[in-house]
Design a protein around this ligand. Structure first.
Ligand SMILES: [Zn+2]
Length: 200
């Protein structure tokens, strides 16, 4: 005979297992942690979950996730208005932002072209990018999609779409990581770093 926890606990465990990387064992541990947690924490946790659905939306300019429209970055007048950095996800923007704080404007595609998964150019925000270039005074578009098949396909497609427009299009370089050891780098990355070599 299968032994189950009381229905509300089973329901919580079932919901927690839907989170990425959470199996039943971890979900059960989390459920019992929550069962014993203080009421104030449970209220705060449930409110924060509801808030992300009710208050978070996409910026109407760059499609970043935001609770104000336009987002904080689009409203920042100190940023260069001539350079837009195109990324696949908001999380990628945060990484670039941490190395180049307060510098670029962004355009978040929300994905990359992936024919196997049925994601074509119309499923991500490429059309909106083109409209921005036509409307705003943008001089350079830096395509910072992932250096994998999907990211490269997307970069290539964007390059073609923007070609007729008077804008410089650049692609982030890929190669040997800082602090890395050449012995451990895969041949494709070595090839890319050689192709992207620069003068000393
Ligand atoms: Zn924005």
């Amino acid at each position: 005979m299968n032994v189950f926890y009381p229905a509300p606990i089973e329901r919580l465990i079932e919901n927690l297992t839907k989170l990425p990387g959470i199996g039943r064992k971890t979900a059960t541990r989390l459920a019992f942690f929550l069962l014993n947690a203080r009421d104030s924490y449970i209220t705060e946790l449930s409110t924060s979950l509801i808030d992300i659905k009710e208050k978070i939306r996409l910026c109407s300019i760059c499609f970043n996730i935001t609770d104000t429209d336009p987002c904080e970055i689009c409203r920042d007048a100190r940023r260069s208005s001539s350079t837009v950095c195109v990324v696949e996800e908001s999380s990628h923007m945060m990484v670039i932002e941490s190395s180049y704080p307060g510098y670029f404007r962004y355009h978040i595609l929300h994905g990359a072209i992936n024919p196997i998964e049925g994601i074509g150019p119309d499923e991500i925000r490429i059309k909106e990018l083109r409209e921005r270039i036509e409307k705003e005074d943008i001089k350079e578009v830096i395509i910072a999609t992932n250096p994998n098949i999907e990211g490269n396909t997307t970069a290539h497609y964007i390059g073609e779409i923007l070609k007729p427009l008077d804008v410089k299009i650049t692609r982030i370089a890929s190669g040997v990581p800082v602090g890395g050891d050449i012995v451990y780098i895969d041949p494709l990355t070595i090839k890319s770093s050689l192709d992207n070599r620069k003068n000393l």
